[in-house]
Design a protein around this ligand. Sequence first.
Ligand code: KG4
Ligand code: ZN
Length: 346
Amino acid sequence: MYLLAIETSCDETSAAVLDGPSSILSNIVLSQDAIHAPYGGVVPELASRHHLESITWVVEEALEQAKVRLPLLDVFAVTQGPGLIGSLLVGLSFAKSLAYYFRKPLLGIDHLEAHIQAAVLEKAGVDYPALAAVVSGGHTSAYLLEQELDFRLLGRTRDDAAGEALDKVAKFLGLGYPGGPVIERMAGGGNPRAFAFPSPQMSDRSLDFSFSGLKTAALRWIREEGLAADHPRLPDFLASFEQAVARIILENIARAVALHCPRTLLLSGGVARNKRLRTEFEAFAREQGLGFFMPSPKLCTDNAGMVGALAWKRYERRGGGELDLRMNAYPRFIVPTEQLRRKKAR
Ligand code: KG4
Ligand code: ZN
């Protein structure tokens, strides 16, 4: 069986061909970073226009690299949401047209659940329940998976996402876009204890995240110290800021672990490329005696391979799929499918 997956939720146009749940034959990712860099963030209208220009040849390239022709595809999958609505609609309409023309099933996939799947597709042996942290530019959330594919949201950010905080601070300092990789590079050699940052104060029961306090504190330091791209203390500041982002995520994840007693910890999303975060999560999992899984760096940021991997699992689980032409894109987070099903059953 061959599956074609398409991902256009934000500013990456991506297509992948799979011939198994962990067997990605091709995974083409066309980044629009250079297009959005002058603005210091993603411009939604530009993103959808560029998806429209690129989608055809990105899909063609994915097919060519996988050496699979369109009529040989058995299943189509596409990111349904959350994401930028214009961007999502380009991928969704393209996937719908292909599935309709070839009379094949189309599966709509949740972007955040696909990020989580990326953490478990390269290595077997996940012991459930698993606690998953998804840390990206648009989202920072914690999920509990009692078993495979059973995604239950525990908490999410009430304001900025972790990646958004990194991107905004980099923009404020004029360091470029996306901010996460630039900050990581420039923080190298800096002292992570040089600048103090607060932790958000949440009520005891909430597992929500918050990064707006951190961002405000960062902007205050920048103003007070007159920090700029060429300031000698910049590496110290960036290392401290990067460390604070990791600490805030991990503090909340530690509370979630204490509450839900998982056997495994998963880390995914674009910010999971960050070495400091990867090392800290790994050390925490070891200390807690938890299994630990995270994607290799190229599968952390948005890519259609992870969408295809989740779609394949769902297709297998359901014993097939159908083409629903009424399927629509959703811009905001929605309650995970399984969580909703369980709620209804209660
Ligand atoms: O998952 P992703 O590709 O897109 C969303 O779904 O949001 O994540 C993009 C985010 C951006 O905020 C970017 O700055 C961040 O991931 N990022 C990083 C690194 N590489 C990408 N953050 C920290 N360190 C990195 N090396
Ligand atoms: Zn993403």
